[in-house]
Design a protein around this ligand. Structure first.
Ligand code: FPP
Length: 254
C-alpha cells in the first residue's frame, strides 16, 4: 500500500459504490484461541494484534473510510492486572510500530472512550500518533479504549443538560443529530456493519446508539484466526443484503 495508490475499484468482486462507510468490530476470542493451544491468554492477544494489522490494511486498501475496533471495554478493567498490563503494552507497541504505516497510508487515528483512565505511557503513545496523523484524510482508525456505550450516552445527556442550563440550547431543539454530535463518535457516520468474532450473540455495550441500523455479522471464528478472505466474504454478504431502515422491501427498491 502507498498513499498514492487509488482505493480499489471492483477489487475482490466488491462493488465500490456498495462498500460500507464504516465497519465496527468486536474482536473476541483471543483468550479461547490461546486456551485451545494451552498457551497464556496474552499469546492470544498478541496473535490478535496481527489480525488488527490485517484488518486495518484491508479496510484502507478497499477505500472504506472508517473502522472502529473494540480494543478495551470499561468492563475489561476487571480482568487480572497482568492481562490488563499486557494489553496496554501491546497497544503501545502497536502504536509505535504502525505509526509510519498510518502516515504513509493517510490514516487518521482517533479514540473513543474514557481514555483519561489509561496509563500515562499509553496516553502519551496515543497522543503522539493522533497528533502525527491528525491531518490524514484517507481513513479513520477509531480505537474504542476504556469504552462503554451506556457511559457514552450518559455523558452526552450530561453535556446537553449543561448546555440547556447555560441557556445554549432548548430541550425541544434536541434532535437525533444534535444528540449524536455529543457522542464520542461525533463526525463519523454510523457503522453500516458490525462484525463480532467467536460466536457470541451479544452487543456487549458496544456503540448502542450508533448500531441502531447496522447489519450484524457474527462469525464463530476466533479473532486471531479471522482472515482477510473471511472479511471480504462478509463485505460481499453485506452487498447482497437489503437494508430497509423500517420501510417495506418495495419502497426500498423504488
Ligand atoms: C477479546 O478477547 C479481546 C480483547 C478484550 C482485547 C482485544 C485486543 C486485541 C485484539 C489486541 C490489542 C489491540 C490493538 C488495537 C493493538 P477475549 O480475551 O475476551 O477472548 P475470550 O472471550 O476467548 O476470553
Amino acid at each position: 500500500m502507498s498513499s498514492d495508490r487509488k482505493p480499489h475499484s471492483g477489487k475482490f468482486g466488491l462493488v465500490p459504490e456498495g462498500l460500507p462507510r464504516h465497519v465496527a468490530i468486536i474482536m473476541d476470542g483471543n483468550g479461547r484461541w490461546a486456551k485451545k493451544r494451552l498457551m497464556n491468554r496474552v499469546k492470544g492477544h498478541e496473535r490478535g494484534t496481527e489480525t488488527v494489522r490485517m484488518v486495518v490494511r484491508a479496510t484502507r486498501d478497499l477505500g472504506i473510510p472508517a473502522l472502529t475496533l473494540y480494543a478495551f471495554s470499561t468492563e475489561n478493567w476487571q480482568r487480572p492486572k497482568t492481562e490488563v498490563a499486557a494489553l496496554m503494552a501491546l497497544l503501545v507497541r502497536f502504536l509505535e510500530n504502525e505509526k509510519a504505516e498510518m502516515l504513509e497510508n493517510n490514516i487518521r487515528l482517533q479514540t473513543i472512550g474514557q481514555t483519561a483512565r489509561l496509563p500515562q505511557n499509553v496516553r502519551e503513545a496515543l497522543g503522539a500518533t493522533m497528533g502525527a496523523t491528525a491531518g490524514n484524510t484517507g481513513m479513520v482508525l477509531n480505537l474504542a479504549l476504556s469504552y462503554g456505550g451506556r457511559e457514552e450516552i450518559l455523558m452526552a445527556c450530561r453535556r446537553l443538560a449543561e448546555e440547556a442550563l447555560a441557556g445554549q440550547i432548548s430541550p425541544e431543539d434536541i434532535t437525533e443529530d444534535i444528540f449524536a454530535g455529543r457522542l464520542y463518535t461525533a463526525g463519523l457516520p454510523d457503522p453500516d456493519i458490525m462484525i463480532r468474532t467467536s460466536g457470541e450473540m451479544r452487543v456487549s455495550n458496544f456503540l448502542p446508539w450508533q448500531l441502531a441500523y447496522s447489519e450484524f455479522f457474527i462469525t464463530p471464528t476466533l479473532w486471531p484466526d479471522f482472515t482477510q478472505e473471511e472479511y471480504i466474504g462478509i463485505l460481499r454478504d453485506f452487498q447482497r443484503r437489503e437494508r430497509r431502515f423500517g420501510k417495506t422491501g418495495d419502497q426500498t427498491r423504488e
